[in-house]
Design a protein around this ligand. Structure first.
Ligand SMILES: [Zn+2]
Length: 353
C-alpha cells in the first residue's frame, strides 16, 4: 500500500483540516473513502459492490444487507456529530501532549464530561494495532511504579495505589532512543516479566536489564541477555541511576504527562489505555507531519470494532468533573474556509478508468 500523501490523503495544517472538514458530510465521506478505498465492500458477506440508499446507508448487492459507513467502527451509533469527532481526533493526534477530557469538553462545548471522557477512551482503545511489530535490536527493559497521586484530595477518596508498569525501549548506539512499549504488570516475578518481554520484544534482540532475578532465563527464550549490575556500576564510581538511561527517561516523561495533561486523575483501571496513548504519541514524535498522525488515528478507528460505554466503565466510573468557572459566552472566531472540493476524491478520478 502506498503511503498517504500530504495535502491529498491527509491535511497538512489546521487550516487545511478546517477547509476539508467543514460539514459532517465531508467527514462521513472521508471515513467512507478510508474504509472502502476501492468501493463498498459488505462487512457481512465480503461481497464487493452495492448501492447507496436514500438515507445514506449502503445495500449489498450480494446478500442484500444494509449497513452504514460508521456501523461496526468506533463511530457506530454515535450521537456526536462527526465534525466534533474529527476535531477531537485532530486535537488528540496533533497536540504534543494530547488533550484531557476536561479541555475537550470545554474546547468543543461538549455537553457532559462523561461524553468527552468516553470519546477520548474510544480513541485510546484503537491505538494498539493487532499484530504490530515487536521492538528489535538493543532493547532496555525495566519496571517502574506509577500512580498513588490521589491521596489528599478533598472528598475522602481512598489513597491511590501504585501500579507496577513494565517498560521496553529500543536504544540506538552510541546514543538515541527508538520506539517504546509500556504495560501494567501484576508483579515483578519472572512469569510476569518474561511474558512482558515476549509480547513486546522480537526474539534475537539484545535485552538489557538490571540484575533483578526476575529477568533470569531470558536466554532460554531466545534473547541475548545483557545483565547490568548496580553494584558493579557503584564500584566503578558511576551513577546507578544511569544503568538503564532510556527506560528511566521514558518513565519520567510518561509520569510527567500523566501529572501534567491529566493532573494525576488517571485511575488504576484505565492506566493501561493512558499508557497506550503515551506510547502511540511517543513513537510518532518524529513523524514528518502531525496530519499524518491524524490520518493513522482515523485509519485505526474505522478498522476497529465498536467500543461501548458500558465496556469503558466496566471497571470504574469516570470521576465527576470539577466545577466549571462561570464565564461570559462570547462569539467564537469563525472556522469557515473556502471549499477544498474533497481532494482525496479528486486525486482518484484523474487516474481511474
Ligand atoms: Zn453482503
Amino acid at each position: 500500500m502506498n503511503p498517504p500523501r500530504a495535502g491529498i490523503d491527509y491535511p497538512r495544517s489546521v487550516g487545511e483540516f478546517q477547509a476539508w472538514f467543514r460539514t459532517d458530510g465531508d467527514c462521513l465521506d472521508f471515513l467512507e473513502w478510508l474504509r472502502w478505498p476501492t468501493g463498498f465492500a459488505c462487512p457481512d458477506c465480503g461481497h464487493y459492490g452495492g448501492w447507496r440508499l436514500g438515507d445514506g446507508r449502503f445495500m449489498c448487492s450480494g446478500c442484500g444487507g444494509r449497513t452504514s459507513v460508521t456501523a461496526g467502527t468506533i463511530f457506530d451509533r454515535t450521537r456526536t456529530p462527526l465534525t466534533v469527532w474529527f476535531t477531537a481526533c485532530w486535537l488528540f493526534a496533533t497536540g504534543k501532549d494530547g488533550i484531557s477530557a476536561l479541555s475537550l469538553k470545554r474546547t468543543l462545548e461538549i455537553g457532559s464530561y462523561q461524553t468527552a471522557w468516553a470519546m477520548l477512551h474510544r480513541l485510546r482503545s484503537v491505538l494498539v494495532r493487532p499484530g504490530r511489530d515487536r521492538l528489535a535490536g538493543a532493547v532496555e527493559v525495566d519496571e517502574t511504579y506509577i500512580g498513588g497521586y490521589e491521596s489528599g484530595l478533598p472528598g475522602g477518596r481512598a489513597p491511590g495505589k501504585k501500579v507496577i508498569v513494565g517498560i521496553a525501549v529500543e536504544i540506538h548506539e552510541p546514543r538515541g532512543i527508538g520506539r517504546c512499549r509500556m504495560r501494567p504488570l501484576a508483579d515483578i516475578s519472572a512469569t510476569s516479566l518474561h511474558a512482558f518481554v515476549k509480547d513486546h520484544v522480537e526474539p534475537g534482540a539484545r535485552v538489557i536489564t538490571d540484575a533483578w532475578q526476575g529477568y533470569r532465563g531470558l536466554e532460554k527464550l531466545g534473547y541475548v541477555h545483557d545483565r547490568r549490575s548496580q553494584r558493579a556500576v557503584r564500584a566503578r564510581g558511576e551513577d546507578p541511576g544511569k544503568l538503564l538511561p532510556a527506560t528511566h527517561r521514558v518513565a519520567s516523561l510518561a509520569k510527567r504527562w500523566l501529572l501534567g495533561t491529566h493532573q494525576g486523575s488517571v485511575d488504576r483501571a484505565h492506566l493501561a489505555s493512558y499508557l497506550d496513548e503515551f506510547v502511540f504519541r511517543f513513537n510518532r514524535r518524529r513523524s514528518r507531519s502531525r496530519g499524518m498522525v491524524f490520518y493513522r488515528l482515523l485509519e485505526l478507528a474505522v478498522a476497529h470494532a465498536p467500543v461501548r460505554y458500558e465496556g469503558l466503565i466496566a471497571a470504574k466510573r469516570p470521576r465527576a468533573a470539577p466545577p466549571t468557572p462561570p464565564s461570559a459566552r462570547g462569539h467564537p472566531p469563525s472556522l469557515e474556509r473556502p471549499p477544498a472540493n474533497r481532494p482525496w476524491r479528486a486525486a482518484g478520478l484523474s487516474y481511474s478508468v
